[in-house]
Design a protein. Structure first.
Length: 95
């Protein structure tokens, strides 16, 4: 499976919840994979609740992020900013 990993840093915190990102993809859904969404905070990366219209990145669509905590800037990849992280994890590894 071809999978391009990209992370983008924001110079300002994301304000307002929910906020939505449009994702364009053509990855076939893998039944043994789930996705973990998190944001940068004072305690490191913290879980974010999402509504995923892409059905696990199996097609293009919106992902709505519901931030119930305040984002904090952190240094990552030699860039200081506010981060959203999306990780692919084995099914039942993340709850």
């Amino acid at each position: 499976m071809n999978f391009i990993k990209r992370m983008t840093v924001c110079k300002e915190p994301i304000i307002g919840s929910p906020f939505s990102l449009y994702i364009q993809c053509d990855i076939q859904k893998n039944q043994n994979v789930e996705w973990k969404f998190s944001m940068s905070s004072l305690q490191g990366f913290q879980k974010v609740i999402v509504e995923d219209e892409t059905e696990g990145f199996s097609h293009s669509g919106l992902i709505h992020f519901y931030l119930d905590k305040e984002m904090s800037a952190m240094l990552l990849f030699e860039k200081y900013g506010y981060w959203i992280k999306i990780e692919r994890v084995a099914k039942n590894q993340y709850s």
